[in-house]
Design a protein around this ligand. Structure first.
Ligand SMILES: Nc1ncnc2c1ncn2[C@@H]1O[C@H](COP(=O)(O)OP(=O)(O)O)[C@@H](O)[C@H]1O
Ligand SMILES: [Mg+2]
Length: 254
């Protein structure tokens, strides 16, 4: 089977800085991969290159076998590739539930007209989406806050809400940039449970994560970047023993 994601000789330059330097790896469908590396390694830049926020300077990204050249934003979501950002971006002026439901408008199957006219099929669809949003909020421990303003949630809960909103788009693959940063232990446990549950539903996940016990506990593949270069990619147990990985982290932030 074609991999979910193929990164082929990818580079991204910012002026004199080669932030991603000839990186190649692939992510199998249905896997949960962790992307790790010291601060400034290029993890966010890699996500930005994949999603064409800062397109690759050279190289190629293929998603489910298709080149992503020139494809960005909602178009990516409609292909099934959805990302979150390192800083939580919930929609202000909307409740927790409304934020979750907002993700559903990125679904591949668009029935905007039926929704606008509120045809019976659209009402049934809306009920289904509300049920799905409620179930996801429950799984991440946010159901008690469903009618609260999203911006009133603690930052950790806002980050988890962003993951729920991304999931409501019904993605084939999720790119999550440091979803656990700033989460307390119980929020982190809720996130780990949610990630493994959605992986078990067949969603491919790639997550930037610094918490090594979380990474080793849930990931089946680990990709290591340092100074824009690929240091290693493999099973968590092999990565933990890899001398180059240990070296990349000496004096690092992890
Ligand atoms: N938009 C940008 N303009 C200029 N330099 C950038 C930009 N985005 C990232 N960089 C640089 O690229 C390098 C990698 O950054 P980043 O991808 O954010 O690292 P990480 O997410 O691994 O901490 C850093 O040196 C950063 O300063
Ligand atoms: Mg980053």
């Amino acid at each position: 089977m074609t991999p979910a994601l193929e990164i082929v000789s990818l580079s991204r330059r910012f002026g004199g800085l080669l932030a991603i330097d000839d990186v190649s790896f692939s992510i199998a469908r249905g896997g949960l991969s962790a992307l790790i590396g010291p601060n400034g390694a290029g993890k966010t830049t890699l996500f930005n290159a994949i999603t064409n926020i800062f397109p690759p300077t050279s190289g190629e990204v293929r998603f489910m076998g298709q080149s992503l050249a020139g494809i960005a934003g909602d178009k990516l979501a409609r292909l099934g590739l959805v990302r979150t950002f390192q800083t939580a971006r919930v929609f202000p002026g909307m409740t927790v539930l409304e934020n979750a439901l907002a993700g559903a408008c990125l679904r591949a199957r668009s029935n905007a007209v039926a929704q606008m006219l509120r045809l019976p099929s659209a009402r049934a669809e809306e009920r289904k989406l509300r049920e799905q949003a409620s179930a996801l909020l429950d799984l991440i421990g946010l159901s008690a806050f469903r009618d609260a303003a999203a911006t009133d949630l603690p930052m950790g809960a806002q980050k988890n809400l962003e993951v729920v909103r991304a999931l409501m788009a019904d993605p084939a693959m999720l790119l999550l940039d440091e979803p656990a940063a700033g989460l307390n232990d119980s929020e982190t446990a809720d996130l780990a449970a949610l990630l493994t549950a959605i992986r078990d539903c067949g969603v491919t996940i790639m997550v930037v994560e610094h918490n090594m016990s979380l990474v080793m506990g849930i990931a089946d593949q680990v990709v290591v970047l340092d100074a824009g270069r690929l240091v290693a990619a493999g099973a968590p147990a092999d990565i933990q023993r890899d001398a180059r990985v240990i070296e990349a982290y000496v004096g690092g932030s992890v």
